[in-house]
Design a protein. Structure first.
Lengths: 60, 398
């Protein structure tokens, strides 16, 4: 699943624009991950800061 | 905020502000809903705009102009420096804005003209009746209000969700998102009146790094790289930090700005029944430069003009609103986007050696009118071989 490192996230919305599922939403300074996230990792790749990471359930 | 407007505008950036101002000037009621608590902040922009482009919409005001540019500098991958200046020495070619104040000014002008503004108010879902967009659910501090409108204008920026909720695919391809970071740095040695662009696969793969002056010894120092080239250990921030350590080791960073800029083609269609899509949300950013302020103001204004016309005629169907889509596509802006998309696609495929060659060939050119188009024309003039490589596109540049 997708983990948001909130200490790194700059809530810029770069990830939101590439999400094929529309599963991310920026609510002011908070990046929200919806249930339809498929952990495809596209957002984690493009994040300019490295705030997103696809991890397996146990790591969360 | 009321429950019903002629036009509801999602987003309070330059597109939304111009849409709102134009709508009320046309005699319509309009409201801007902005999810952030402040207009203009946080900045997600390098803040550069051409002089003529700005003048088309608003008189420059020192309150929101950070610096005036008289030239530009391009640094080739091999370090060769190309200076570009206007033929008339000292004449302005562009501005670096202060978007916090600029955006506020635009929204203030919209409000002065009679538009309503709601901040910290997020459109969380469209209201759709019989397939027609009829407004939005607006969240404000946990309270949800249904706001109905004849026409909704989506001006919700790069992270646009509204159109997606209305069934339009706005997803930016990974290779066409510029993953970006910018520092506002002070205490650095810069030419206060010239923007600087650094090119090269080592510096900014499939993108560029910029230094845009904000005043004495202060600049926006930023980078955009293709999402395709981004990953663990080689993200936009990694590239920028490397550059800053080398170039401005004693500079102080006073603002930290991540962001995303789309450099894809515009949406295939920027209207739906009851809906117009503008600015970054419509993906009308210039794919070559990443600039989007002018395009946002232009599409915002045009969208409201179209809305006024269609509301007046009692038909806000997709077919009626298509005038907007058709008009911007054949406009100067639409043509520039299409042309610059091809040039961008060509340039990102070139190795550094080729970029060095191109930049060296136009090492010092004086342009009567300083524009990206004129620069490209010059590059082609001195590199006739490029005409073949760029194919049909070159003809359109003559």
């Amino acid at each position: 699943m997708l983990k948001v490192h909130r200490d790194i996230c700059g809530y810029c919305g770069c990830c939101v624009s590439v999400c094929p599922e529309g599963a991310l939403e920026l609510i002011d300074a908070y990046l929200s991950v919806e249930e339809n996230c498929t952990s495809c990792g596209v957002c984690a790749k493009v994040c300019p800061l490295g705030a997103l990471e696809v991890v397996n359930e146990k790591q969360v | 905020m009321k429950n019903r407007y002629d036009v509801l505008i999602i987003g309070g950036g330059p597109a939304g502000a111009f849409a709102a101002k134009t709508a009320v000037e046309k005699g319509l009621s309009a409201c801007i809903v902005e999810k952030r608590p402040a207009i203009g902040a946080p900045v997600r922009c390098a803040e550069g705009i051409g002089k003529e482009a700005l003048l088309e919409f608003i008189e420059p005001d020192p309150r929101w102009i950070s610096a005036e540019m008289t030239g530009a500098t391009i640094v080739a991958p091999d370090g060769f420096v190309m200076q570009l200046s206007s033929k008339m020495a000292g004449s302005k070619v562009g501005y670096v804005l202060d978007r916090k104040f600029f955006d506020r000014e635009l929204v203030w002008k919209a409000a002065e003209a009679g538009a309503d503004v709601a901040v910290k108010s997020r459109a969380s879902a469209p209201i759709i009746e019989n397939g027609v967009v009829k407004g939005a659910k607006v969240d404000y501090c946990g309270k949800v209000t249904n706001v109905h409108a004849e026409v909704v204008i989506a001006a919700d920026g790069v992270e646009s969700k509204f159109s997606k909720w209305c069934g339009i695919d706005t997803t930016v391809p990974v290779r066409e998102i510029m993953s970006s970071v910018q520092y506002v740095m002070t205490g650095i040695d810069i030419d206060q009146n010239s923007t600087v662009f650094y090119l090269g696969n080592e510096v900014a793969p499939e993108g560029y790094l910029w230094v845009f002056p904000k005043g004495p010894r202060t600049a926006n120092v930023g980078i955009g790289i293709s999402g395709k080239k981004s990953g663990v250990g080689h993200r936009a921030k990694d590239y920028l930090d490397k550059f800053v350590q080398k170039t401005f080791p004693h500079g102080r960073t006073i603002e930290y700005i991540p962001g995303g800029v789309s450099v894809c083609r515009p949406l295939e269609c920027t209207v739906a029944d009851g809906l117009l899509i503008t600015g970054d949300a419509a993906r009308v950013v210039d794919p070559l430069t990443g600039g989007g302020i002018y395009n946002a103001m232009y599409t915002g204004k045009l969208a409201a003009e179209t809305a006024a016309d269609c509301i007046g005629k009692g038909d806000v169907s997709k077919k009626a609103l298509m005038t907007y889509d058709k008009t911007w596509r054949v406009s100067k802006m639409g043509k520039a986007i299409e042309r610059n998309y091809h040039i961008k696609e060509y340039l990102i495929k070139q190795p550094d050696t080729k970029l060095n060659e191109i930049i060296l060939s136009v090492s010092k050119i004086d342009m009567k009118e300083f524009t990206t188009l004129n620069l490209i024309k010059e590059i082609i003039r001195v590199n006739p071989k490029l005409v073949l490589e760029l194919g049909a596109l070159a003809a359109s540049l003559r």
